[in-house]
Design a protein around this ligand. Structure first.
Ligand SMILES: NC(=O)c1ccc[n+]([C@@H]2O[C@H](COP(=O)([O-])OP(=O)(O)OC[C@H]3O[C@@H](n4cnc5c(N)ncnc54)[C@H](OP(=O)(O)O)[C@@H]3O)[C@@H](O)[C@H]2O)c1
Length: 259
């Protein structure tokens, strides 16, 4: 559903990079079904996304390619003044620093929103865990993903644990009690800033995460599960609609959700 936007103006023209991939196909379907946006081009391996954006008049690009290609793809688009929503993983602090520099040299007003997780529920869960962390004696994170996932723990689980650890440090919360004095390797999970993170790789699961928070006499469990890639569509469309109004670099959907 392209056509006019809600205010009766011209639709926002969008190119998807990595359009043939699992996430890229989801993005194309979401864009084709949304009001006020128009999918004008699909880029894959071997295409020049900036040239495609220019030829098709795309104002916004969505990058859902592969970590090895993403920085080059985004640099080319930014230099051409195309706003970019980046969903591809692998953007560490060093890469984000280089992108900030490229944005400083890009046409004025160019914006990039890097979204490590488009699922609104997952973003909210991370935020709620961060808020709750200081009020509990013990906190641990458990994530479960499909068996084809190559990295562990997931980026979202690591980020959640980092934010929990920072909130606890700021509030002066003591380390969680743990009397374990002997264990098999990995039994207590990976240590992320003092927060144990446990990874399951499970047929039948796409992406799930739990945060367990314990006090004497009570346990709070926050749980999110994405069972289908359509879970990513509302967050993706929000980022596509907002990126043009956010010059420079924004990292994380939480800033767009206002939480
Ligand atoms: N932010 C989120 O919420 C979220 C959620 C899930 C996944 N992800 C991330 O999104 C990315 C894509 O995931 P996926 O599952 O869709 O992977 P995928 O199925 O492997 O798709 C990647 C696509 O990128 C294409 N590609 C490779 N090199 C390219 C290049 N230089 N220029 C343009 N396109 C290129 C591939 O084409 P070929 O088939 O020709 O190689 C393929 O179509 C991954 O980094 C994944 O971790 C993000």
């Amino acid at each position: 559903m392209s056509g006019q936007d809600a205010a009766g103006g011209q639709p926002l023209r969008v190119v998807v990079v990595g359009a043939g991939g699992r996430m890229g196909q989801m993005a194309c379907t979401a864009l084709e079904g949304a009001d006020g946006v128009e999918l004008v081009a699909r880029a894959g391996r071997g295409d020049d996304p900036a040239a495609l954006a220019r030829e098709s008049g795309a104002e916004v690009a969505v990058d859902l390619s592969v970590p090895s290609a993403s920085p080059g793809v985004v640099a080319g688009l930014v230099a051409a003044g195309v706003h970019v929503v980046v969903g591809t993983s692998g953007w560490d602090e060093a890469a984000l620093g280089r992108l900030r520099q490229q944005l400083g040299e890009a046409p004025e007003g160019t914006g990039v929103v890097v979204v490590p997780n488009f699922a609104i529920g997952a973003v909210l869960m991370t935020r709620f865990a961060e808020q709750a962390a200081r009020w509990f004696t013990s906190v641990e994170v458990v994530e479960a993903h499909h068996p084809a996932k190559v990295d562990a723990p997931s980026g979202t689980a690591v980020r959640t644990a980092e934010l929990i650890a920072a909130a606890r440090a700021e509030a002066g919360v003591a380390a969680a009690p743990d009397a374990t004095s002997s264990s098999l390797d990995g039994a207590r999970g990976a240590d992320v800033g003092g927060v144990p993170v446990h990874s399951l790789r499970m047929a039948g699961v796409m992406a799930a995460q739990e945060v367990w928070l314990g006090n004497h006499g009570e346990v709070l469990t926050l749980r999110h599960e994405a069972t289908d890639r359509t879970a990513y569509a509302p967050g993706l469309l929000l980022a596509v609609r907002e990126v043009g109004g956010r010059p420079g670099l924004t990292v994380g959907l939480e800033h767009l959700l206002g939480v």
